[in-house]
Design a protein around this ligand. Sequence first.
Ligand code: ADE
Length: 228
Amino acid sequence: MDVDVFTLFPAWFDWFRGQRHVANAVALGHTFECLDYRATTPLKAGKVDDVPFGGGAGMLLRVDVVDAALRARYALDPVQLPSQRRVIALVPGGRLLDEALAGELAAEPALTLLCGRYEGFDERIVEHFCSDAVSIGRYVLAGGELAAMVVCDTVLRKLPGALGHEESAAEESFSSVLEGAPEYPHYTRPADWRGWTVPEVLLSGHHERIRQWRRAQSRARDEGPSLP
Ligand code: ADE
């Protein structure tokens, strides 16, 4: 998979690129690149934003700036881009990211993520250049960068080999193996800590009983939170 992230803060992603699953994905031949809107802006002095028509607080990323950035990267009119790859605008009001959307995106050969800043995007960017508008939750971040990292984190970890241990991504929370339910609880050594003991079945070595116990725990968690 080829992932391109357009941002005003490419250096933020240096840390992200160093994370194990991202580095593993890149070592496996996938790409993760960040493009700076300022590097290709047609405006003077690196300008990329402007005040909203009609008034209001904050600044918007300009459509001509994003047009130039996409054109420079893909050598085509960016209205053609969504027919070639998923182009995702990160916006608080977009489609909520969940495991189903992450799975859908992980099956794509190429993704483009557009981070907004300030008050967000000129709407024509979303309307004409994007296939998707995605939100990581109904709250407003200062920009799309952290949201892009969240999307890339959950998508890249699904790529075969990215985690380095294959079964982990298969039987986990919200996976089809667990019929979309949250994952069962896990325990490790010590088996007894301050009198808090590990469920006996997990120490039994009885694989079928363990499997049944885990399924039951997973289903119970699906019915409601285990903590108040
Ligand atoms: N940009 C600002 N807030 C956001 C959010 N909650 N999700 C995605 N992109 C955003």
